[in-house]
Design a protein around this ligand. Structure first.
Ligand SMILES: Nc1nc2c(c(=O)[nH]1)N[C@H]1C(S)=C(S)[C@@H](COP(=O)(O)OP(=O)(O)OC[C@H]3O[C@@H](n4cnc5c(=O)[nH]c(N)nc54)[C@H](O)[C@@H]3O)O[C@H]1N2
Ligand SMILES: Nc1nc2c(c(=O)[nH]1)N[C@H]1C(S)=C(S)[C@@H](COP(=O)(O)OP(=O)(O)OC[C@H]3O[C@@H](n4cnc5c(=O)[nH]c(N)nc54)[C@H](O)[C@@H]3O)O[C@H]1N2
Ligand SMILES: [Mo]
Length: 765
C-alpha cells in the first residue's frame, strides 16, 4: 500500500535521545570552530575544505550560500569571513557523496518518505536527472533532453498558462532568476511564488508603502556608527553570525544594543569573535545592553508604548521629535498623532509583557539618541499583523528623524543569500507596471499585468486543481510552507511537479502524478560553459551586488547550472513561438547581465561594475531621503493594537530555527546555544505554564491548533522548561508547520503567521 501525500509530507515522529543542559551564555568562540570542523570533516576531504574556507566571502571567491548578511567593503579577515553556520552550509553542499540511478532503484519513494529530514539530507548530492512516472514506486533516470521535453509537453498541454506555478527559493543567482522570470512571463503567466512570500514579504509591503522602497536603508558602515541598534525578532547568533561582528564594532564605537525577543538568544547575550583568539580565551563581549523579554506578538504594543511616552515628552519639552525632518520629508503626522492619543500607555505596556523597569531602560536610549537603527527578521514578519509591526517601527524612526542619515535607518535582515536579488531582477508575482513595460520594450512580447499567485495562492490553486504543474527552482516547498497536510494534497493534485535541486529533500517525495528531479550545480562549484568558467552575481541584505564564482570541481558531470536548466526548459517549451534566443544565454552569462542592465534600474554597466572587487551598491532612495511613495514623502501610518486573546489552556507558539539547520535542511540534532542536544521534537515552555498543566521535563505531549473551527495536530514532542515568557512556547520549523493554518497570514503581504500559532497541549499517556 502506498503512503498518502499527507503521510509522506509528515516529519518522522521518532524520538532520538534528548539531553538538555544549562543554556550557555557565550556564543560562537572555540566551540563553534570545533563544531564547524566536525561538520566539514563528515563530508569533505580536508584539501577541499581548506580551499573553500579561503575563498568564502572573499573578493574574487564565492558568496556563502548561507545567509544574506553583507561582507565588509574593505578589510576582510584572511581566514575567510568565518562563520560556523556558513561553513556548515558549504559543507552540506560541497560533499563528495552523490546519489543517482542506484540509490533511487534501491529506495522507493515511500521508503524515502519514512526517513527523517536529517536522514534525507545526509543521503548526498543529487547527481543525475530522475523521473517518477505515474503510479511508479521508484524514480528512474532520464536524459536532460527528455526531461526538458517532458516539462515542455506538460506546460503546453495546459488550457491556460495560469495553470502553472513557478516557485523560486532565494539561493538562485541574479542571472538564473532574471531568465527564469523572463521565461515565465513569455510563457504567459505571473505565477511566481517565492520563498520571500514566507519570509520578508511583510517588510517589503510595509517599507514600500511608508518609505518607497521594499529594502532596508542602512549600510554596514551605518551599523558601526549607530548610537542605538535595536535587534527585534531576530536570532543573529545562529542565523546571521557575522552580524555579531558588526554589532561588536558598533559597541566599540560607543553604540548601545537593545535585543527585543521572547528568548534570551545566546549570541545577543554574549559573543566571542572566532577570528580573535584572545577573546576566545578570555570570554566574549556582552552584546545586548538591554534585553527585552517581550511576549510573542507583543511588538506593536511595545512600540506604541514607546511612541506614547515620546509624545508625552515632546508635549513637555518640544525638542524630542525631529520637526524639521517631519515637516520637510513626511506625510500623515497629524492623523498619526491623533490616532496614537487614543491609546493608553499602561494598556500597551501590559500587552507587550515587558516590565516598566526594562521599558524605561529602552526608553532612555531612544529618547536621548537619534542615530537609531532597527534590525529585524522573522520574529516581526510572520504574524497576521506583521505589516503593522514594521510600519510601527518606521513611525518611531520617522518621529526621531532616524532615517536617511549616517548611523540611522531600517535594517530588515534577509534570509537566503540572494532572496533580495531575486526580487530585484523580477521574481515577483505582482511586479510593477514600469518593469513589465521595460520587458515589453526589450523583448517584444506583452507580459501579463494580472497579479500572479504568491505561495499561499499557489497552494490553494493546486488544491482546487486550478494549477496543475508545479516547478520549483531550488527550495523545499512542502517542508517550507504552512499547513503541511493541506499543501501535500495540493501538490499531489498536480499533473507534474518539478524540482531543480542540489540535495534530496521531502518535496521530491510529495509529488504530483509525475515528477522530475533536475540536479544542478551549487554555489561552490565551477560552472563551465562554452565561453569558460562563469561568474554569477548576488545582492546582499544591504543592496550590494557582487560576483560569485565556484572554486570546486562539480560533484557530478551530469549537473547543469540553474541558468542552463532555465534555458533548456524555456527552449523546449516555447520553441519557435519565442522571441528570445534561449540557448545563447547559457554559453555566456555576460549576455544575461547585458539584458538585466537594460531592463532593471540600477544595473547600468553591470558587467563592468561587477569587476569591482567588493561589488556595487544599488540605488536606494530612502538612504538619501528620497521617498518614492505614492505621496512622494515618507508616510506615517496608523496601526491598530492587535486584538488576539488566548483562551484558557491556550498558548501562543512561534516556530523557530535551531542552531543546526538551514531552513528545512537539518545539519544535526543539536541546538547548542539553547542547551538542547540530540532532539528536534521538543517544545520550549515557561516553567509556570508546565506546572499549571502538571507537565514534567521531557514529558511527551501532543499539540493541537484550532483555527476557525478546524483542528490541526502534531504529535510526540518532549517538553523542555525554558526562559520564555508565560503563555508563550516555541517549537522548531518544519516539524510543526502542520499546525500553521494556511488562512492565517499577514494582511497585505500574505506572509504565513508562523510565529503566532495558537495551540493547546495534551499529555500523551
Ligand atoms: N544557520 C542558519 N542561518 C539562516 C537560516 C537558517 O535556517 N539557519 N535561515 C535563513 C533565512 S531564510 C532567514 S529568513 C533568516 C531567519 O532568521 P531569524 O528571523 O533570526 O530566524 P528564526 O529562527 O525564525 O528566529 C526568529 C527570532 O524571532 C524571535 N521571535 C519570535 N516571535 C517573536 C515576536 O513575536 N516578537 C519578537 N520580538 N521576537 C520574536 C524568536 O525568539 C527568534 O529569536 O535566517 C537566515 N539564515
Ligand atoms: N513554520 C515556519 N515555516 C517557515 C519559516 C519559519 O520560520 N517557520 N520560515 C520561512 C522562510 S523565512 C523561508 S525563506 C522558507 C524557506 O523555504 P525554501 O527556500 O523553499 O527552503 P530551503 O530549506 O531553504 O530549501 C532547501 C533546498 O534547496 C535546495 N538547494 C540548496 N541550494 C541550492 C542551489 O544552489 N540551487 C538549487 N536549485 N537548489 C538548491 C536543496 O535541494 C535543499 O533541499 O521557509 C519558510 N517556512
Ligand atoms: Mo527566509
Amino acid at each position: 500500500m502506498s503512503l498518502s501525500p499527507e503521510e509522506k509530507a509528515k516529519t518522522s515522529e521518532k524520538f532520538e535521545k534528548l539531553k538538555t543542559t544549562q543554556r550557555p551564555e557565550n556564543s560562537v568562540g572555540l566551540s563553534s570552530v570545533k563544531s564547524a570542523i566536525g561538520q566539514v570533516s563528515k563530508y569533505m576531504n580536508p584539501a577541499d575544505a581548506f580551499k573553500l574556507a579561503l575563498k568564502m566571502n572573499q573578493k574574487g571567491g564565492f558568496d556563502c550560500p548561507g545567509c544574506a548578511w553583507p561582507d565588509p567593503d574593505d578589510e576582510r579577515s584572511s581566514l575567510g569571513e568565518f562563520c560556523e553556520n556558513g561553513i556548515k552550509a558549504i559543507a552540506e553542499e560541497a560533499q563528495n557523496k552523490t546519489i543517482g540511478t542506484d540509490f533511487f532503484a534501491k529506495y522507493s519513494v515511500d521508503e524515502l518518505a519514512s526517513w527523517s529530514d536529517f536522514e534525507i539530507g545526509k543521503s548526498g548530492r543529487l547527481a543525475e536527472p530522475m523521473f517518477l512516472p505515474e503510479g511508479a514506486t521508484h524514480y528512474q533516470p532520464m536524459s536532460w533532453e527528455d526531461a526538458f521535453k517532458k516539462v515542455g509537453e506538460h506546460l503546453n498541454a495546459l488550457d491556460n498558462p495560469d495553470e502553472a506555478a513557478f516557485y523560486t527559493s532565494g539561493r538562485t543567482t541574479n542571472e538564473a532568476a532574471f531568465l527564469y522570470q523572463l521565461f515565465v512571463r513569455e510563457f504567459g503567466t505571473a505565477n511566481l511564488p517565492d520563498c520571500s512570500n514566507m519570509c520578508h514579504e511583510a517588510s517589503g509591503s510595509a517599507l514600500s508603502e511608508t518609505l518607497g522602497i521594499g529594502k532596508g536603508s542602512v549600510t554596514l558602515d551605518d551599523l558601526y556608527k549607530a548610537e542605538v541598534v535595536m535587534v527585534v525578532g531576530q536570532n543573529p547568533g545562529t542565523n546571521h553570525p557575522r552580524m555579531l561582528t558588526a554589532l561588536e564594532k558598533c559597541k566599540k564605537n560607543g553604540g548601545k544594543i537593545i535585543a527585543v525577543n521572547p528568548l534570551p538568544e545566546a549570541g545577543l547575550i554574549k559573543f566571542t569573535n572566532p577570528q580573535n583568539p584572545i577573546k576566545i580565551l578570555t570570554g566574549g563581549t556582552q552584546i545586548a545592553d538591554v534585553f527585552v523579554p517581550i511576549t510573542i506578538n507583543g511588538d506593536v504594543a511595545f512600540f506604541k508604548a514607546i511612541l506614547l511616552r515620546l509624545l508625552e515628552k515632546e508635549d513637555v519639552r518640544g525638542n524630542v521629535f525631529d520637526k524639521a525632518f517631519i515637516n520637510e520629508f513626511t506625510q500623515g503626522y497629524d492623523a498619526f498623532i491623533t490616532d496614537l492619543k487614543r491609546y493608553n500607555f499602561d494598556d500597551c505596556l501590559k500587552a507587550s509583557g515587558v516590565s516598566l523597569e526594562i521599558f524605561n531602560d529602552v526608553f532612555d536610549l531612544i529618547l536621548n539618541n537619534d542615530k537609531i537603527i532597527i534590525c529585524w527578521a522573522m520574529g516581526l514578519t510572520q504574524h497576521e499583523n506583521a505589516v503593522d509591526n514594521i510600519r510601527e517601527l518606521v513611525n518611531l524612526l520617522l518621529l526621531k528623524g532616524s532615517i536617511g542619515k549616517e548611523g540611522a535607518g531600517t535594517c530588515p535582515v534577509r534570509g537566503h543569500s540572494n532572496v533580495q536579488g531575486d526580487r530585484t531582477v523580477g521574481i515577483w508575482e505582482s511586479a510593477p507596471q514600469a518593469f513589465l513595460d521595460k520587458i515589453e520594450d526589450k523583448y517584444g512580447f506583452k507580459p501579463t499585468n494580472k497579479h500572479g499567485y504568491s505561495v499561499i495562492d499557489a497552494i490553494k490553486a493546486m488544491h482546487e486543481k486550478k494549477a496543475k504543474v508545479f516547478f520549483g527552482l531550488g527550495g523545499n516547498f512542502i517542508s517550507a510552507v504552512p499547513d503541511t497536510a493541506y499543501s501535500a494534497r495540493a501538490l499531489a493534485n498536480c499533473n507534474l511537479t518539478v524540482h531543480v535541486s542540489t540535495k534530496l529533500n521531502r518535496s521530491h517525495v510529495v509529488t504530483g502524478k509525475e515528477a522530475l528531479i533536475l540536479p544542478c550545480l551549487g554555489r561552490t562549484e565551477k560552472d563551465y560553459q562554452k565561453s569558460g568558467v562563469q561568474v554569477q552575481s548576488v545582492e546582499n541584505s544591504m543592496g550590494v551586488v557582487s560576483a560569485t564564482k565556484g572554486v570546486l570541481e562539480p560533484c557530478s558531470s551530469d549537473l547543469l547550472s540553474e541558468v542552463a536548466v532555465v534555458c533548456g526548459v524555456a527552449h523546449a517549451t516555447l520553441k519557435e513561438r519565442s522571441k528570445i534566443n534561449w540557448l545563447e544565454y547559457k554559453d555566456d552569462y555576460k549576455l544575461v547581465r547585458d539584458d538585466i542592465a537594460e531592463v532593471v534600474d540600477g544595473f547600468k554597466d553591470y558587467n563592468k561594475k561587477l569587476k569591482q572587487p567588493a561589488g556595487f551598491y544599488l540605488p536606494n532612495g530612502a538612504r538619501n531621503r528620497q521617498f518614492k511613495t505614492k505621496t512622494g514623502k515618507a508616510n506615517f501610518s496608523i496601526n491598530k493594537l492587535p486584538k488576539w486573546k488566548l483562551k484558557k489552556d491556550e498558548l501562543i507558539m512561534m516556530t523557530i530555527r535551531s542552531h543546526d539547520q538551514f531552513n528545512t535542511t537539518i545539519y544535526g540534532l543539536d541546538d547548542r546555544y539553547r542547551g538542547v542536544f540530540n532532539e528536534r521534537r521538543i517544545i520550549f515552555m515557561n516553567r509556570d505554564d508546565m506546572k499549571a498543566r502538571r507537565l514534567e521535563e521531557q514529558q511527551v505531549v501532543n499539540l493541537k491548533s484550532e483555527y476557525k473551527g478546524f483542528i490541526r495536530e502534531a504529535n510526540n514532542f518532549k517538553v523542555v522548561g525554558y526562559d520564555i515568557p508565560k503563555n508563550c512556547c516555541a517549537t522548531y520549523f518544519p516539524e510543526t508547520n502542520v499546525l500553521v493554518p494556511l488562512d492565517s497570514f499577514a494582511h497585505t503581504a500574505k506572509t504565513p503567521a508562523s510565529k503566532s500559532v495558537i495551540i493547546r497541549i495534551e499529555a500523551n499517556q
